[in-house]
Design a protein around this ligand. Sequence first.
Ligand SMILES: [Zn+2]
Ligand SMILES: [Zn+2]
Length: 174
Amino acid sequence: MGAVFGPFFTDGDVQEEVHLAVEEVLDLGVSADIWTGPATVQSTMHLNRSGRGILISGSFSGGVALVCSRCLEAFPFRSQDHFEVYCEAAAQGQLEEEHELTNDELDVTYLEQGRINTDTLLRENILLSLPVQPLCHEDCRGYCPRCGANLNQSVCNCTEAHVDPRLQALRKLL
Ligand SMILES: [Zn+2]
Ligand SMILES: [Zn+2]
């Protein structure tokens, strides 16, 4: 499934420009401990005929719950960005064929039957815009490795929580 539009600028189609506005709830795929749940995305895209293909310039704003890399709590994150993609209709069998991509081909997104899947496009761009190590706050205090308390919400009594366990083992020997 996906939101698929088109085909655009087919033979005999006289229009030169198309505007798309989409609002979707996007499944971002299996979470890599970085996000939880789907993203809610609004996007506008302008499609222009460009040579043999289509140039898509778009912008999006997406809301997604990220998992803080320090305290492991989910927090709301908003990403906004612009993107530009050049697409061409794939030749017969080109998408299935396995062959070494040439440099020229790497910069091209190939469309199946001239149709644009906005889900795929937006998912890629949202994933690219997410921080690698999300933080709920710049100064997130993380969690206590001993009792698991979220140190942003409470102070635990594990005064030695931050001592490396290997050091503690050593200390017993002394
Ligand atoms: Zn945090
Ligand atoms: Zn603790």
